[in-house]
Design a protein around this ligand. Structure first.
Ligand code: HEM
Length: 561
């Protein structure tokens, strides 16, 4: 090659690189200028938050971080910038809120009820079930599903809660004297309970697939969580090229395998019964009359005070009980509605709702109960008080828990509430703003198009509402401390029209399950709370594992033991 040819080749390859680079830089600059002019950016940039880079925004802050490091990062920013923090994920505006007044504006609204676009990663798994759906579909399904967790239906579940709690106690006995992860046991038992209660699948027709299901759910949550904070995984085209996609396919095979089997069994049973002229058994009649006999109708629980200001449909459902309706458990109602056309729901929609309830109904309570057991292992004085309360109700008897007993478990209830305060199983709630909204902090105007993220963990640790917010203290829920507290300073179940439909189910189940475990075992833990490594997955977990030990419980008051 001659020198002239050399120079020509060099000039040609330089142009080949130079011009596309200029074009790309101009494109990015124009995009940046356009972003700066838009209303979303103008209003977004008035909010406090870390310095954002052109085009990337703050996306690189999460780069290379492990899930457990993200909790610390989020809390540090909240510390630095206050109760309103803005972040840019590229051109996407994310606003973190943690002041109860601001939280109330969003959660108590009938306008800002659409879930953030980030929930779309759940779609291959949950479809458009209640957790994700919006508009008329959400409204009509919520109206149908919320009453299936009516208090009268829940009372009929108490025997099943007892039986399964006893089963898990038997299984846990094999761990005596060892350090073990109690979450494994709580996952298994909460899946079994859901299958038997909400889904109406009897023990005889269950197999071991419940545990595989629970493990698959945990792994699926991890993939979805990674898609939230690793921005390149947000693009389906890139995600499909990664190993996560293949893993997700396998996990969904296990998860949907179980839910499809559950629906198929139930449907076959319904059709069989129908051909024999047998109607699906309802629930209300027997329960309403037994409740009146014991005079329990007016007994108020801590939940009645704490959640009074939530203004959701759960209390309305209970207080406006006509008493004569035939009540059906969740899946019975879905199947019957689809078969006889009383409520408009297709087979595909039933599947979406079954997947949603199976997930929301087990993983949350598995985390909730595991946190309580670990905390009691640390706070022996609190555990002794819980045990004494249980002893005063049951003495040394081994009898099962009744619904009436649960109404007397006042201290255990405070312990559960305090644990849900410090370690809320659902650590964030995210909404998409379809309209501009003014919040009370500095009268900020949050623009339509932004994603609002409510950091429950932060809301629950506000020193204005909790004297020692980082200290585990069940007395935070003494009547004198709850009476005048801002309702939205405690939102483990969210609040307003999109609050958790399973709240009452969860609290009743937790009482029966925990009471049974604590009547049989003393929890011990040598891990202190400041050693917990929290992982703000979809569900809050300890990435160091829920490690505890158990000792056999002597059935005598704690000061005699
Ligand atoms: C300790 C246990 C539980 C906690 C802490 C909890 C918490 C929550 C929270 C915070 C939400 C709102 C989520 C959001 O807006 O992104 C929610 C929604 C929901 N939960 Fe729960 N939950 C629990 C147990 C249950 C149970 C046992 C069930 C069912 C059996 C259930 C079913 C649902 C459903 C279907 C929704 C969606 C409601 C809607 O959007 O209309 N949850 N839960």
């Amino acid at each position: 090659m001659t020198v002239v040819e050399d120079v020509q080749t060099y000039q040609f390859s330089t142009r080949l690189i130079f011009y596309p680079l200029v074009l790309l830089a101009t494109g990015l600059w124009l995009l940046y200028r356009w972003q700066q002019q838009s209303k979303l950016h103008k209003l977004g940039n008035k909010l406090p938050g870390p310095l954002a880079l052109p085009v990337f925004g703050n996306a690189l802050l999460a780069f290379g971080k492990k899930p457990e490091e993200l909790v610390r990062l989020a809390l540090d920013y909240a510390e630095q910038y206050g109760t309103v923090v803005r972040g840019w994920l590229g051109s996407k505006l994310i606003i973190f809120l943690s002041d109860p007044d601001d939280v109330e504006v969003i959660l108590n609204s009938n306008v800002h009820i659409d879930k953030a676009t980030e929930y779309k990663y759940f779609k291959p798994w949950l479809g458009e079930g209640l957790l994700i759906s919006s508009g008329e579909k959400w409204r009509s399904h919520r109206k149908m599903i919320a009453p299936t967790f009516h208090i009268n239906i829940l009372k009929s579940f108490v025997d099943t809660f007892n039986q399964n709690s006893k089963n898990v106690v038997e299984k846990m006995k094999t761990e005596m004297g060892k350090v073990f992860d109690v979450h494994d046991y709580m996952s298994g038992v909460t899946v079994d309970i859901l299958l038997e209660t909400a889904m109406g699948i009897t023990k005889e027709t269950q197999d071991e697939s419940g545990f595989d299901y629970a493990v698959a759910v945990m792994k699926m949550c991890d993939i979805i969580h990674q898609r939230h904070y690793k921005f390149w995984l947000r693009f389906d085209s890139i995600f499909k090229l990664t190993s996560f996609f293949e893993k997700q396919k396998k996990l969904l095979g296990i998860i949907h395998g179980l839910t499809n089997k559950v629906i198929k069994n139930k449907k076959e049973k319904y059709i069989q019964n129908k051909s024999k002229g047998i109607a699906t058994p309802g629930i209300s009649e027997t329960i309403s009359s037994s409740e009146n006999d014991t005079g329990l109708a007016n007994v108020k629980t801590l939940a009645d005070t704490v959640f009074k200001g939530y203004r959701d449909d759960l209390d309305f459902n209970d207080e406006n009980d006509v008493g004569e309706k035939k009540r059906l458990a969740f899946l019975d109602l879905m199947i019957e509605s689809a078969q006889n056309g009383t409520n408009k729901i297709t087979d595909f929609e039933i599947k979406e709702e079954v997947d949603t309830i199976m997930f929301e109904g087990h993983d949350t309570t598995a985390a909730g109960s595991s946190f309580v057991l670990c905390l009691l292992g640390i706070h022996q004085d609190v555990q002794a008080r819980v045990y004494d309360e249980l002893y005063s109700i049951f003495g040394d008897s081994d009898r099962p828990v009744t619904f009436e007993d649960t109404l007397q478990m006042k201290y255990l209830e405070r312990v559960i509430f305090e644990s849900l305060r410090m370690y809320p199983p659902v650590p964030i709630i995210a909404r998409k703003l379809n309209r501009d909204v003014k919040i009370s902090t500095n009268n900020y105007l949050l623009p339509a198009g932004a994603t609002v993220v409510i950091g429950t963990l932060k809301v629950h640790r506000n020193p204005k509402y909790y004297k020692n917010p980082d200290k585990f203290d069940p007395d935070n829920f003494l009547p004198e401390n709850t009476q005048n507290r801002h309702y939205y300073s405690y939102i483990p179940f969210s609040a307003g029209p999109r609050s958790c439909v399973g709240r009452k189910y969860a609290l009743l189940k937790l009482k029966v399950l925990l009471a049974t475990i604590l009547r049989n075992f003393k929890m011990v833990s040598d891990v202190t709370e400041d050693q917990y490594v929290l992982q703000a997955d979809i569900i809050l977990k300890r990435s160091d594992g829920f490690r505890v030990q158990i000792e056999p419980r002597k059935r005598v008051p704690s000061n005699v033991a």
